[in-house]
Design a protein around this ligand. Structure first.
Ligand code: NAD
Ligand code: UDP
Length: 332
């Protein structure tokens, strides 16, 4: 089975390629390297001892995509390619709508033409907005608060409409919670350019003395210790969820949506304290104002993925904190 992985050089894509290769799939990556580096391909090959076919192309480039489908017999696609920074999407909405929607529409048109109708799509828990209760199940009302989230919701709608129009499609929409951690080898992980927006990449840079201190955005939330609560999931567990989703779309037609999280909520302070403890490092912090748009708490019900995909996250928060730091130490 040959899987096309769009955005396969990125954080979640690269870990998923490793799991796909380990599970015996052939992997073709298409990535324009707008937020990743080419050496990731070599690192995936080094970890797995298997070869990857790589196309440095933009998924919005229809001709290039057509050529890939002509050259490779693609059985199914995992679509990671897209921009993902919430703040940037507020300042550059057109860039976000253009890239995330255009890449998906182009991909779906080319897939249709080549009669390849099996796709796993990267959505996000951001489509739940500020949930009224917890844990979040897949049937909760959807509501977005920024252009990035809106692109995810629009693509979910496009995929649902596509299935209504053509029942030959097999579509799995995966709503990720907060992926952190890295591969045990320390070869691949999350490496954002500039000052990170997300919690874990910021913590590792503080621990590494590249940044002075962490700003904790608010300690007056309605949570156990006042700081924001999220469902952090190890990226390797998340990657394994994609293997289950690919097995499902290969087997069954239809469109379905699954939360991929652990089902546990951790506060910012719990993450900082666990990180300090397991890595034996200091993470100085100060409490600052809330970040606009942030919610108190968010964690998944994972019952559906458990039941229908036979998948469950296994790695604990200690492991997530250790592996995040291990990657940075390897890549100083
Ligand atoms: P990433 O930025 O590390 O990976 C995305 C990859 O796609 C990058 O390698 C980038 O170069 C590539 N890319 C972007 N636009 C492209 C295009 N037009 N053509 C070809 N390649 C293109 O991001 P990630 O964290 O690995 O996220 C993967 C997917 O999961 C994204 O769609 C993201 O929105 C979604 N997601 C991520 C998170 C998270 O916290 N990381 C949470 C929920 C959903
Ligand atoms: N957070 C923080 N300081 C930072 C980055 C994030 O206190 O520098 C908090 C944020 O308010 C939220 C949690 O950490 O409660 C997770 O934030 P992240 O941006 O990683 O994920 P998201 O908010 O998208 O779930």
């Amino acid at each position: 089975m040959k899987i096309l992985v769009t955005g396969g050089c990125g954080y979640i894509g690269s870990h998923t390629c490793v799991e796909l290769l380990d599970a015996g799939y052939e992997v073709v990556i298409v990535d324009n390297l707008s937020n990743s580096k080419k050496d990731v391909v070599k690192k995936i090959e080094k970890i797995t001892g298997k070869e990857v076919t790589f196309y440095e192309k933009d998924v919005c480039d229809k001709k290039a995509l057509e050529k890939i489908f002509e050259e490779q017999k693609i059985d199914a696609v995992i679509h990671f390619a897209g921009f993902k920074a919430v703040g940037e999407s507020v300042n550059k909405p057109l860039m976000y709508y253009r890239n995330n929607l255009d890449s998906t529409l182009t991909l779906l048109e080319v897939m249709s033409k080549h009669n390849c109708k099996k796709i796993v799509f990267s959505s996000s828990a951001t489509v739940y907005g500020n949930p009224e209760k917890l844990p979040i199940t897949e049937d909760f009302p959807l509501h977005t608060t920024n252009p990035y989230g809106s692109t995810k919701l629009m693509i979910e709608m496009i995929l649902n409409d596509l299935y209504i129009s053509d029942k030959d499609w097999s579509i799995a929409i995966l709503r990720y919670f907060n992926p952190i951690g890295a591969h045990k080898s320390g070869l691949i992980g999350e490496n954002p350019n500039g000052i990170p927006n997300n919690l874990m990449p910021y913590i590792v840079k503080v621990a590494n003395k590249e940044l002075k201190e962490l700003s904790i955005f608010g300690n007056d939330y309605n949570t156990k210790d006042g700081t924001g609560v999220r469902d952090y999931i190890h990226v390797v567990d998340l990657a394994k969820g994609h293997i289950k989703a690919i097995e499902k779309v290969i087997k069954d037609k239809g469109v379905d949506t699954y939360n991929l999280g652990t089902g546990n909520g951790y506060s910012v302070l719990e993450i900082v304290n666990t990180f300090k403890k397991v890595n034996g490092v200091d993470v100085p912090y100060k409490i600052v104002e809330r970040r606009k748009g942030d919610i108190d708490a968010c964690y998944a019900s994972t019952e559906k993925a458990n039941r229908l995909l036979n998948w469950k996250a296994e790695l604990e928060i200690d492991e997530m904190c250790k592996d995040s730091y291990n990657f940075v130490k390897h890549n100083k």
